[in-house]
Design a protein around this ligand. Structure first.
Ligand code: NAD
Length: 351
């Protein structure tokens, strides 16, 4: 058995139907008396409803989170947080709401309680993102790791199938890349396999006939996969999603959903154990086949073309994705990535 280093996540996790009701107690545990509540504009009404009984303990609401954490939005939010004399940040929503809370925490050191309502997984990671002058930078900083994550499957009830499916594949991508990460470890392998299995079972049924058990199982899988993302370094797949999202303004979760089977196929021969684990968890002949079948079953966009990418940009994208060196089981070559992107652009069967 090869050696490994493993750091368990310090995030306190409260999970279950109705768990959002524990928010006041969880704030009390952290001695937070004047938190601000951060959300996207689209979820402002839901968030008000959720916290209606506790408004006397809330410093204010900042429903201004948007995708990719623009620096101007962060500066505006930091000023508001200071003016409100807030002592903590409660992010209720997906990666955009949690991302804004993280950017504020990174600058001002305030603690975060995260209440995720998608499967993106940001609540379990010390990874921050910030977009300045059209460039999205990311990094790791322990100050942005939430103190507590409250997972309430009831909050995903209104998640439209078109958001739920790609968001679930976004979560799965964390587990898949954790399985061949240079810093992987046996505990993370277990979390990854269980996370892939849970999401693989729940997602197809969830997008057609959602019920409470399926929502809980999907959120459980998302938690495990988010933990994988927080515990290991990501490789080619996350690099491609980051580059294509930033350079061509393509949707984050949709990119994960389209690219994941192709990246699995690209890496499979150089990461046979990871491929076998994904195949086992999804009950498929290969990791790529299982991921492709799942993407089809959840109605994810079928190709980069369908996401709005232009054929003329594929060459440039391959160049951007191979500019810097990073760990990946199979050597990352410009020609190899160009072929991968072409297959994903066409929606060809991944192999
Ligand atoms: P998002 O947060 O932008 O949410 C997508 C849309 O769904 C928004 O309009 C939102 O208002 C809506 N929504 C969210 N929850 C809903 C619900 N329960 N019901 C109905 N509508 C709901 O998207 P996302 O996919 O959650 O997050 C993507 C962002 O997160 C990207 O910017 C990505 O880079 C980042 N991310 C960061 C990490 C990290 O570790 N830092 C991890 C994963 C993703």
């Amino acid at each position: 058995m090869r050696g490994f280093t493993y750091q368990p996540s310090p995030v306190r996790v409260v999970f279950g139907e109705g768990a959002a009701g524990a928010l006041p107690d969880e704030l009390g545990r952290l001695r937070l008396h004047r938190p601000v509540i951060i959300s996207t504009p689209g979820q402002a009404a839901t968030v008000r409803e959720l916290t209606a009984a506790h408004t006397h303990r809330i410093a204010g609401y900042l429903p201004q989170a948007v995708a990719h954490v623009p620096a101007a939005v962060v500066e505006g939010a930091r000023t508001a947080v200071r003016d409100l004399r807030a002592d903590g940040l409660v992010a209720i929503g997906g990666g955009s709401a949690i991302g804004l809370a993280k950017a504020i925490a990174r600058a001002d050191g305030l603690p975060i309680v995260a209440v995720p309502t998608t499967y993106a997984g940001s609540e379990m990671t010390p990874i921050w993102g910030l977009t300045e002058d059209g460039v999205k930078k990311t990094g790791r900083d322990p100050r942005v790791l939430p103190r507590t994550a409250i997972y309430d499957p009831d909050l995903t009830r209104a998640l439209p199938p078109g958001v739920a499916g790609p968001s679930g594949l976004n979560a799965l991508a964390h587990a898949v890349e954790a399985l061949y990460a240079p810093d992987r470890s046996p505990p993370v392998d277990l979390l990854a396999e269980e996370g892939i299995r849970a999401l693989g079972e729940a997602l197809p049924a969830l997008v057609t006939a959602p019920d409470a058990d399926l929502r809980a199982r999907a959120l459980y899988g998302a938690w495990l996969c988010g933990t994988c993302l927080g515990s290991t370094a990501m490789s080619l797949h996350h690099k491609l999603c980051h580059v294509l999202g930033g350079a061509f303004d393509l949707p984050h979760a949709g990119l994960h959903a389209v690219l994941l089977p192709y990246v699995m196929a690209y890496n499979a021969g150089h990461a046979p154990d990871a491929d076998a684990t994904v195949a086992r968890a999804l009950r498929a002949d290969s990791g790529a086949a299982g991921l492709h079948r799942l993407a089809v079953a959840v109605g994810a966009p079928p190709s980069l073309r369908a996401l709005g990418m232009r054929a003329a940009d594929l060459e440039h994208a391959a160049g951007l994705a191979t500019r810097d060196a990073y760990a990946n089981p199979r050597p990352v070559t410009r020609a190899g990535v160009r072929d991968l992107l072409q297959a994903a652009f066409d929606g060809a069967s991944p192999r």
